[in-house]
Design a protein around this ligand. Structure first.
Ligand SMILES: [Zn+2]
Length: 351
């Protein structure tokens, strides 16, 4: 097929291309234009193919015009492509524009975590009794966590509290009773060392537990120690019952069962009737209908002696309440894990 390579036709083609280019508005139009002009079958290739049939004396002029056409087409297409890209970016920016000065859509109010609710409420219940609140370290030495509390090395109680150790030989405290040891050792800081000592402390404790409905490897305790001449188990039972009844209401049943702890003698475990099954037995109470919510007892004479207190003159009691379990029972969580999951569906229900 012969092509018209007259200078007029080439110039007309150039004008036609420029007109078509002007009409391009979208990427799709541009692709069509490219196909017509610069593909293998496009006009530009066809025109150059025809160059071999042009008489030699006209060739330079025609070739120069064809080169001009090719430049016009290439430059035009490239320019248009750039323009379309910029245009698309502008459109995208306009679409994604965010006015940071606009007020935020309401996202709902936060609430207080169930464990904090329980800690705050126990602190409030204890306020009239004059307890001082302190915090203790979560990474402890063996001395404060075990040895000073009448749990020497190889004592079976250490196995009962299956333990996490750090590479430096420190222990993640297995109970907040470690704070009690520190309080007794540094009692000069409290009331100038004069009795009574009345201190409360709460926070996290860690045990290498297999997790189930009522056990977590990390849990919260609320520790309390009261040292004063003349204190008896009756004082302990009275205060514990008072706290539980204030927390859950007068109708909540409380009972105490004998327990063994190396650092208290005698030792008792407070139990409340399970709120999840109302005493009928379910996984969260191990089928018993009762939930043990802490451990307590009269401070062991060996512990008093360890801290230079004379057990013939002074007595005291201590207890560690399981705050996570108390919270679980307050809000009827069937699984202790729910206290820590921070699942909004659960938290929204309760607060
Ligand atoms: Zn139950």
């Amino acid at each position: 097929m012969s092509v018209d390579l007259s200078p007029k036709n080439i110039k007309d083609l150039m004008t036609r291309f420029e007109q078509q280019l002007k009409d391009v508005r979208h990427k799709e139009d541009l692709e069509l234009l490219k196909r017509d002009w610069v593909s293998k079958e496009g006009f530009v290739k066809e025109l150059f193919k025809g160059l071999r049939d042009v008489p030699a004396d006209e060739k330079p002029t025609v070739a120069a015009l064809l080169n001009e056409l090719r430049s016009t087409v290439d430059d035009g297409l490239e320019g248009k492509e750039r323009w379309l890209r910029t245009d698309a970016l502008k459109a995208q920016l306009a679409q994604e524009y965010i006015d940071l000065s606009l007020p935020e859509a309401a996202s709902g109010l936060g609430s207080i975590h169930p464990i904090t609710v329980v800690e705050d409420r126990i602190t409030e219940i204890l306020r009239p009794f004059g307890f001082q609140s302190i915090m203790g370290p979560e990474i402890e030495t063996d001395y404060y966590c075990f040895d000073s509390l009448n749990i020497p090395k190889h004592h079976p109680a250490r196995d009962m509290q299956d333990t996490f150790y750090t590479e430096t030989g420190h222990v993640l405290r297995t109970h907040t009773t470690s704070v009690q040891a520190r309080i007794l050792q540094h009692r000069a800081l409290f009331e100038n060392g004069r009795l009574p000592i009345k201190v409360a402390s709460f926070g996290r404790a860690y045990r290498n537990e297999k997790e189930d409905a009522s056990h977590c490897a990390m849990f919260h305790q609320y520790e309390l120690v009261w040292i004063e001449p003349g204190l008896t188990l009756a004082h302990l039972l009275g205060l514990m019952t008072h706290i539980i009844k204030e927390l859950y209401g007068k109708r909540r049943k409380v009972r105490f069962v004998p327990k063994f702890y190396p650092y208290t003698e005698p030792s008792v475990g407070p139990q409340i009737d399970c709120s999840v099954c109302r005493g009928q037995g379910c996984p969260s109470c191990g089928g018993a209908g009762w939930v043990t919510v802490g451990g307590s007892g009269m401070v062991h004479s060996k512990v008093l002696e360890e801290f230079k207190l004379d057990p013939t003159k002074v007595s005291g009691f201590a207890f560690g309440l399981g705050t996570s379990r108390l919270a679980g029972q307050l809000y009827n969580f069937p699984h202790l894990r729910s206290v820590y999951d921070n699942d909004l569906r659960v938290l929204k229900e309760i607060v």
